[in-house]
Design a protein around this ligand. Sequence first.
Ligand SMILES: *Cc1c(COP(=O)(O)O)cnc(C)c1O
Length: 381
Amino acid sequence: MKFNTKTIHGGQQHDPSTGAVMTPIFQTSTYVQQSPGKHKGYEYSRGENPTRHALEKAFASIENGSHGLAFASGLAATDCVLRLFNSGDHIIAGDDLYGGSYRMFTLLFSKYGLKFSFVDMNNPENVANAITDNTKLIWLETPTNPLLKVADISAITAIAKANNLLTAVDNTFATPYNQRPLEMGADIVMHSATKYLGGHSDVVMGALMVKDDKLAKDLHFIQFAAGAIAGPMDCFLALRGVKTLALRVQRHNENAQLVAEFLNKHPKVETVYYPGLESHPNHEVAKSQMRGFGGMLSFRLKDKSKETTFKMLENFNVITLAESLGGVESLVNHPATMTHASIPAVEREKLGITDSLTRLSVGVEDVNDLIDDIANALKLV
Ligand SMILES: *Cc1c(COP(=O)(O)O)cnc(C)c1O
């Protein structure tokens, strides 16, 4: 099956009890048993639910994995991965991570004795140099949030394999339409399905996809034992979203490329961060591992004052000022005060998440309306 067919049919079957074409919302916590321990494979919905099951199969299919798991949020999915490890284990992560991942690593899991190193993954050598005897996992996000840095997935998974380490990739920004890390040697793919997989800004959900049976079993145990599952209604909505993933991402890719090129030529803009621009420092790596460059971009105005950037942000009409990303509607965000506020100011400055940085999730509206909206907001500053 090709990708665009998988988004619609991958792992799906019509409901065997009624013939319903779409898997119904099985809003039930429990299931009848004919005799104690004798049942149809469903006992209690923390363990198994048919709507979640259908979605998890779709998740596995679109990342070309053999198992998928659906969680209450993207961070609940990340939490499940980290619970594979023991006190004293060491994890290498990128230095430009989603703020919530960074917060979980440094403020939550460090309490339980997990050790973290944050390195610039633009250069795979930095990863190799950070490996210690206790290293167990490489946590990779590419392209990164918010600076759209690109890491060479195959080069990093090769280093991981040579050192017997697992690699997990947060593939939220790219989506499996553009990039499939399991095919490049990664062991685990993580998604905030809140974003492109759901695609309509109406669900908070997380996903894990793997291809190894033993790893799937361990993750399923944690999902069941810790309990951060996705509910049936949300699973139905996410499954509905996945069916149009290919169509949406094609348009996100096209629109973001045009918006990036427009911004890149604009006299008031200093830098545009988008892997689809030839000026992006890792454009060649991006081209080699991505089918398209995604709907996310960031940019920095020449006028570095917070007031000027805020003025622009207050003057969009079509584009909405809000956290989150990946929905059909365009959203704009000020990382330093919104999504990335949990990163200490000193760290933020070092990384380049300063007051002049704006992040844009380019939606699937008519691109001319988006460009007019940006042009107008920039005229006012
Ligand atoms: C949003 C996001 C997350 C966290 O997902 P939630 O669904 O908000 O818990 C993780 N990684 C990236 C790249 C994200 O954008």
